[in-house]
Design a binder for this molecule. Sequence first.
Ligand code: NAD
Length: 482
Amino acid sequence: MSRPQAQPAASLFIDGQFVEGEGAALTVRYPFTGQPIAELREASPAQVATACARARAAQPAWAALAPVERGRILARAAAIILERNEELARLETLDTGKPIQETLVADWPSGAAALEYFAGLAATLTGHMIPLGTDWAYTRREPLGVCAGIGAWNYPSQIACWKAAPALVMGNAMVFKPSEETPLGALKLAEILAEAGLPAGIFNVVQGGGQVGAALVADPHVAKVSLTGSVPTGRRVYAAAAEGMRHVTMELGGKSPLIVFDDANLEHAVSAAILANFYSSGQICSNGTRVFLQTGIRDAFLDRLAERVRRVQMGDPLDPATNHGPIINPTQAARIREAIAGGIAAGARLVCGGAGEGAFIPPTVFADASDDMAIARDEIFGPVLTALTFHDESEVITRANSTGFGLAAGVFTRDLTRAHRVIAALEAGTCWINAYNLTPVEMPFGGVKLSGLGRENSAAAIEHYSQLKSVYVGMGGVDAPY
Ligand code: NAD
């Protein structure tokens, strides 16, 4: 069998052109085999500066277009993505190792939905007219200028689209740096946007790790930084952005609670726990990794979960039957294994799963855990579910909230009033009732507390890619004291 290859035309995309990077070598590996699929080069500091300067130069003409014209280009890009979804899903699978059955439905399609949604919103973006007696005022919603986008490796193409769509539709330009682990999807997006008619300089891609990201955040042309990544990176990027008083959106990590009351529909709650912990091999920020089970449903839930998990199909991510892929890289796999070993050492009961082999870690369930164990406190970013037992509502709310994170939360119950009461009391930005991990573009997405600030998706995202200008209009003469 020949080795899959995914070499792009060049490593960077600046001012409408593919250009080769002048920085360090960056080998892209297929997580399933560890074999190289592309050889890239990072951007040099001068190339980061050039990308930002070109974006700055191109942005005013883009902002001067009628909004509907900007929207039309994004809509065309969405259509191209959907037409090429199969080929793009294959590339996403090679880049991330995620099963093709996931990338076909979850990655580029969700990116296309964002482009389509914001394309439709383009023509509705307005300011306000404020009557002041004879005088009046109005507001203009204006773009910020050049926005920097920095991505994580778990949903590289979705993240690029979720950031680019609201930024571009508002008339901003973007310089995007994908994760150094998964650099390929953003280049495809640049190519597709150009084909759809996006002017040169409006969407640029630079490659590299934290240093390149830091250079981007510090560039004097950058007015806003949108990061998807871990809390420690978020702290550094937010602090660096503060130097230049830049706007930020921070989509960071979590350790979200999924609360299952005794009266929940067992089968659906188990399905949700599977989606909330094992999809994308558990490498999802909003995962409900602390599963709080009420005492009456606990045993039945764990039995059924263990039974369902036995049906998992680990293997070649390009095989349509595979539903559990490898971990992104050996370092991350070692970190997850360390967390699993820590859970066992701390005395939690391993219901199923464990260390696995090579790049694969099977769906792993811990029960009889306590809130102070590391497996119940720290983000693992792997397929590890920690089940905790609770007795009553107020207790579970307190325990669910005793974490620095606040990205997401879920509640399973048939009691309507309890569902809304509990959700209202939970400190989380994105919540589900009798569902989990669904993130339609129509619904705002984002966290509270250490999990971040700002919102992606929905009309709310526009507020984070624009600023208001207030204009007072004097309709009469001007009185002065002397
Ligand atoms: P990471 O924090 O290691 O890296 C994220 C990005 O930041 C990468 O592109 C990296 O190169 C860049 N970076 C690192 N240091 C930087 C610096 N000093 N300045 C500028 N950029 C810098 O995260 P990761 O390991 O790629 O992704 C996993 C993390 O992302 C998890 O914590 C996960 O929960 C989180 N995540 C959050 C969301 C969300 O929407 N809330 C979505 C996906 C992943």
